[in-house]
Design a binder for this molecule. Structure first.
Ligand SMILES: Cc1ncc(COP(=O)(O)O)c(C=O)c1O
Length: 387
């Protein structure tokens, strides 16, 4: 039987993610539009994003936070191109995004002393292999496999290399040990449900020191440049962006941050995400046909939850048939207006991916579960009949 109750918000995409509960275009009314972003009003908004983000994320006072172009990709590439090459580099990769950073280190930067420590979808690589006298690049949460590092215990306090962390699907959802991270990036379109376009870079004092003392051998495009004459461009960290930002996106980022503050700050944001993961875990256990792609429970993401179908009949199908089946579930639910964008990432194993960050209501997930069971039943029954 087709369920009767649909989620109020069918948005479960892993980016751009669902808007915060209650969001409407009215939230953007205060945007400074048709004005220079360098005028007092615009610059104040940009500085406000920085200050509110720092405070909401409980970042140490001596860390610098800036707004940069090209979303998280721009932010992370900025780190790779500006910091690497001074010493050996370890890249840890366990899904598509980490692998793309590793590929850039190898094929674009052509780093001579590069180690790649990799693991398949669902697993974490052996983190104990990290050598903290080298620079270490990794994503805190692998968005396309739903596998996260459980904590920062594997990161050395007394490291001499830099910890460069792509935290785009982790910030505002998972506690980050700032003192163990030197260059952290994220984008607005993830956990706070902001509009895409801009990235954030958080720099430890040691990252700043590296920038001021090391010049890479390769050319740096203007949008990657964080220093001038060997000195950090402090303006970037006060709202003087390198190039022109969208003030509409800025207003939306502010709206998300204010919502986060209102509901109780970082603790509350993390708690919402964890509650969502627990709800999914409970449903998975009861459903019987589906499981987590993440092999170890402590590595399960509480944002990009990746699921694989474990039913024995499904497991006996060819890879193509499995992919077709999983896509059919996602498209059935999209057609019903129940869930958008819940198919697995294009390079990931067949399955489903459901965003569980703070902007998603647990009640919407619970409504989705009954529909997922229904769609699974529909797809399996039709396939068995056709065989
Ligand atoms: C871990 C990770 N890194 C990088 C990106 C790319 O982010 P953006 O599209 O914001 O540049 C994503 C997007 O989903 C991601 O999840």
């Amino acid at each position: 039987m087709k369920p009767s109750v649909k989620p109020n918000n069918p948005c479960f995409s892993s980016g751009p993610c669902a808007k915060r509960p209650g969001w409407s275009l009215d939230a953007l009314e205060g945007a400074v539009l048709g004005r220079s972003h360098r005028a007092k009003a615009g610059k104040a908004k940009l500085a406000e994003v920085i200050e509110r983000s720092k405070s909401l994320l409980e970042m140490p006072k001596d860390y610098r936070l800036g707004i940069v172009p090209a979303s998280d990709t721009g932010a992370l590439e900025m780190a790779l191109w500006s910091l690497l090459g001074e010493r050996g580099v370890d890249v840890f990769a366990w899904e598509s995004f980490g692998s793309s950073w590793a590929a850039d280190c190898q094929k674009q930067l052509k780093l001579k002393d590069l180690r790649q420590v990799k693991a398949d979808y669902g697993k974490l690589p052996d983190l104990s292999q990290a050598d903290w006298n080298r620079d270490v690049v990794f994503a805190w949460n692998g968005t396309t496999s739903g596998v996260r590092v459980p904590n920062g215990d594997w990161i050395a306090e007394d490291r001499t290399g830099l910890a460069i962390c792509d935290a785009t699907s982790a910030t505002f959802a998972m506690p980050l040990p700032w003192n163990k991270l030197d260059f952290v990036t994220w984008s607005w379109q993830k956990a706070m449900g902001g509009e895409a376009a801009h990235g954030m870079i958080a720099l430890s004092p040691r990252a700043v020191k590296r920038l001021e003392s090391y010049t890479p051998s390769w050319p740096l495009p203007k949008i990657f440049q964080m220093t001038k004459g060997g000195q950090l461009i402090e303006g970037i960290f006060q709202g003087e962006t390198i190039n022109t930002p969208s003030m509409l996106c800025v207003e939306d980022a502010l709206d998300g941050l204010k919502w986060g503050e209102q509901i109780g700050g970082l603790k509350a944001l993390i708690a919402r995400s964890e509650t969502n993961l627990k709800a999914i875990e409970q449903w998975v256990e009861e459903a019987g046909w589906i499981g987590f792609l993440a092999e170890r429970p402590e590595t399960r993401s509480n944002t990009s939850v990746c699921l694989r179908i474990t039913d024995p009949w499904y497991a006996s199908l060819s890879t193509e048939e499995q992919e077709k089946g999983a896509k059919k579930i996602a498209s059935l639910l999209e057609a019903e207006g129940v869930a958008y964008d819940i198919g697995a990432y294009r390079d990931a194993p067949a399955g489903l991916r459901i965003w569980a960050g703070a902007t998603v209501e647990t009640s919407d997930l619970k409504a989705l579960f009954t529909w997922l069971n229904w769609a699974w039943h529909e797809v399996k029954t039709a396939a068995v009949k056709a065989a």
